[in-house]
Design a protein around this ligand. Structure first.
Ligand code: AQP
Length: 337
């Protein structure tokens, strides 16, 4: 058992990422990058949320490859298995069992209000399945199983954390104290990166338009080409202002990867065209991704080693999850034979 799991003095945090595509620059700047810093502060659990990925149809061979890649990517960005528990959700069966126990304590109306359900069912009208509707209960189970005090979330995920809190309160009040109440943990820095083609929407890894997102595996030429094609405006002036969604997005990305302020960026590109600016953004993003990509290639070169790491972390996760699950089962009246 790792010290991380046993160390009860530090507060716990849990966060997950779906392997529904290759993680994007949005996932990295909005979430993953911050997870690395969090490891020193908190006792962290990070998971590849592969059960969530099948709420929309996936091709099995591609999904398997994305599970490996997402797991390897979490290590490549600097998550350290010595400090944190990095695991694959589907390797811990307790998630689906607790999800059912919670589903029977969740109201239809609560799930109907979830904006992600509304968005994704509009986008995948031919496959509005039960999992897509019920997945916030799975997410609540993911969280509550590990008894974390904190759930690092982006603004888009706040609603799910609130549901986990509501379900924990309801369960604790009805059946007796079982779950720790998780608080959303708002990151100090957490850029909300938007689509390069529709800059009012968030950048998403499952977007059908490849030019709308920067994949963390895109090579330098691809990154530069996608930024060159990014939608901007006709003003040809690099300044941060209302109505300039495209340029604002590129400025925020450039600021996030270089650490420069928006005012400094305006000054740097004053009197210069969008071509120069887009090239600078592309180059700085490619430079940020290059060392991560090199590490990822190395890790993906040894699948047996990756599987061994997944197996080891799954064992630790199962141990922690089983304790909570058996408590919840007992509270509900089930036998734990
Ligand atoms: N564009 C974004 N800007 C900032 N943060 C983002 N996150 C996602 N997109 C952005 C954050 O990344 C974490 C992991 O997200 P996820 O993969 O679990 O789910 P998601 O939010 O649904 O991400 P995608 O890329 O949009 O996936 P698909 O396309 O499959 O739905 C979360 O903390 C999220 O806030």
């Amino acid at each position: 058992m790792s010290e991380t799991v046993m160390n009860e003095r530090k507060k716990r945090a849990l966060s997950m990422i779906q392997p529904s595509g290759i993680p994007t620059l949005g996932n990295y700047l909005g979430a993953l990058r911050n997870w690395v810093d969090l490891q020193d502060e908190l006792d962290c659990f990070f998971a590849v949320a592969d059960l969530h990925a099948i709420t929309v149809r996936q091709e099995p061979a591609k999904l398997r490859q994305q599970i490996y890649q997402t797991f390897a990517l979490l290590l490549a960005i600097g998550l350290d298995p010595e400090k944190s528990l990095v695991f694959v959700q589907s390797q811990v069966p307790a998630h689906t069992e607790l999800a059912w126990l919670l589903a029977c304590n969740t109201q239809f109306g609560e799930l109907s209000r979830m904006t992600q359900f509304k968005d994704k069912s509009a986008k995948h009208a031919d496959n509005i399945n039960l999992g897509l509707f019920a997945y916030p209960t799975l997410m609540a189970a993911d969280i509550l199983l590990y008894q974390p005090e904190y759930v690092p979330v982006g603004a888009d995920q706040k609603q799910h954390c609130e549901l986990a809190r509501d379900l924990a309160t309801r369960f604790n009040n009805t059946y007796g104290n079982t779950f720790v109440m998780p608080d959303p943990y708002i990151m100090k820095t957490g850029a909300r990166v938007r689509s390069l083609q529709e800059p009012t929407k968030k950048m998403s890894k499952s977007d059908e338009n490849q030019n709308s997102f920067i994949s963390m595996l895109d090579d330098k030429d691809t990154v530069i080409r996608k930024f060159k094609r990014a939608v901007t405006d006709s003003e040809a002036c690099v300044r941060y202002a209302e109505g300039k969604d495209g340029i604002n997005n590129l400025m925020e990305i450039y600021s996030a990867v270089t650490g420069k302020s928006l005012a400094d960026i305006e000054q740097e590109f004053s009197g210069r065209g969008y071509g120069d600016f887009k090239l600078a953004v592309g180059e700085s993003v490619a430079e940020t991704l290059a060392p991560i990509q090199a590490k990822l290639t190395e890790l993906m070169g040894d699948k047996a080693q990756l599987e061994a790491m997944m197996k080891e972390s799954a064992g630790h996760a199962q141990y922690v999850a089983a304790r909570t699950l058996s408590k919840a089962r007992k509270r509900l009246g089930y036998l734990n034979l």
